[in-house]
Design a protein around this ligand. Structure first.
Ligand SMILES: O=C(O)CCC(=O)C(=O)O
Ligand SMILES: [Fe+2]
Length: 330
């Protein structure tokens, strides 16, 4: 695939979690290097157990296996706060091609459960046909949110900032984190490599943690050559990538990289789950002064998370995203 080799670094963070100062520095250095080059890395030696990941992915597979009418009972289109089931083609995430076909994936989104409030704030929807799905999903949500907070701490250290610099954002109890499970149906040989699981996009938030099974298909763009490179699945690992907000904070020092899911030939279904930490609606993201080199100016105006999310939801959900944004504006 092209003549350049792009290897996504695998970083073991157990030394950081042990609290040993030397190891903390080493891990922070590795994170910096990965964020400055490709903006993607894989994390192992973390706090989420393989047992929990496996139980969760098994429950996700059970959910997507339900008859369509059961899944439609908890459809995202019935939610006023963007939670629940998205059928195949519900979202179109392609920033490179206007004519692209909608994404060939189903999704199921959850966030923190709360009363209906502002944009994206409200209750989750749960399938009655699968009573244990709520318990395991929320257990997984809490565990991956915890790891997300850890990753923000590591990113802070990697930028030479106090370790708790992003805590207000990553741990805000009013945060609008999104945990979205995906199902990509098997791809027949004649469609392999051409089926768009997810179109090319960057992630809107600050930092994404993705759990993927062993099927593969996630690819990242190497911008200088325009070539795509696979993120090889590693059992138990999280693919961590920089999102748009972190790119703004760091004035492009940390890269929010285009990625996509191309479906390889497979008789197996692919399952993945992405956790996006977008902070709270009122958070304002702007260039961190120490990320400016002498003589440099901020490349982006300060951005309120709420405005940014409304814009990006409209872009990727079309009419449905617009309805959602209008609903909250009144
Ligand atoms: O399922 C995957 O591997 C990636 C999904 C993704 O990039 C996204 O949901 O933003
Ligand atoms: Fe993504």
């Amino acid at each position: 695939m092209g003549s350049v080799e792009v290897t996504i670094p695998v970083i073991d963070i157990s030394g950081y979690l042990s609290g040993d100062e030397e190891s903390k520095k080493k891990v922070a250095d590795e994170i910096r290097e990965a964020c400055e080059t490709q903006g993607f890395l894989q994390v192992v030696g973390h706090s989420v157990s393989i047992d929990l990941q496996e139980r969760y992915l098994a429950a996700v597979a059970e959910f997507f296996n339900l008859p369509l009418e059961e899944k439609e009972k908890v459809a995202l289109t019935k939610s006023q706060c963007h939670r629940g089931y998205e059928r195949i083609g519900g979202q179109k995430l392609d920033e490179l091609d206007d004519q692209a076909t909608p994404d060939q994936k189903e999704g199921f989104s959850i966030r923190r459960d709360r009363p209906l409030g502002r944009f994206l704030e409200g209750p989750n929807q749960w399938p009655e046909a699968l009573p244990h799905f709520k318990t395991i999903s929320m257990e997984y949500y809490e565990a991956v949110h915890q790891l997300s907070k850890t990753m923000f701490r590591l990113v802070a250290l990697s930028l030479g900032l106090p370790e708790d610099h992003f805590d207000y954002f990553a741990s805000d109890p009013n945060g609008i984190c999104l945990c979205r499970a995906h199902h990509y149906p098997p791809t027949p040989k004649d469609a392999a490599g051409r089926t768009r699981g997810v179109g090319s996009h960057t992630d809107f938030g600050a930092l994404t943690l993705l759990l993927q099974d062993s099927v593969g298909g996630l690819e990242v763009l190497h911008k200088p050559t325009g070539t795509w490179h696979p993120v090889i699945p590693i059992k138990g690992a999280y693919v961590v990538n920089i999102g748009d907000l972190m790119q703004i904070w760091t004035n492009n020092r940390y890269k929010s990289t285009m990625h996509r899911v191309i479906s390889p030939y497979s008789e197996k279904d692919r399952y993945s789950c992405a956790f996006f930490n977008d902070g709270a609606l009122d958070a304002v993201v702007e260039c961190i002064p120490t990320c400016l080199k002498p003589g440099e100016q901020p490349l982006y105006a300060p951005l309120k998370v709420e405005d940014h999310c409304i814009k990006r939801y409209k872009q990727s959900y079309g009419a449905a995203g617009t309805e959602l944004a209008t609903a909250i504006a009144v």
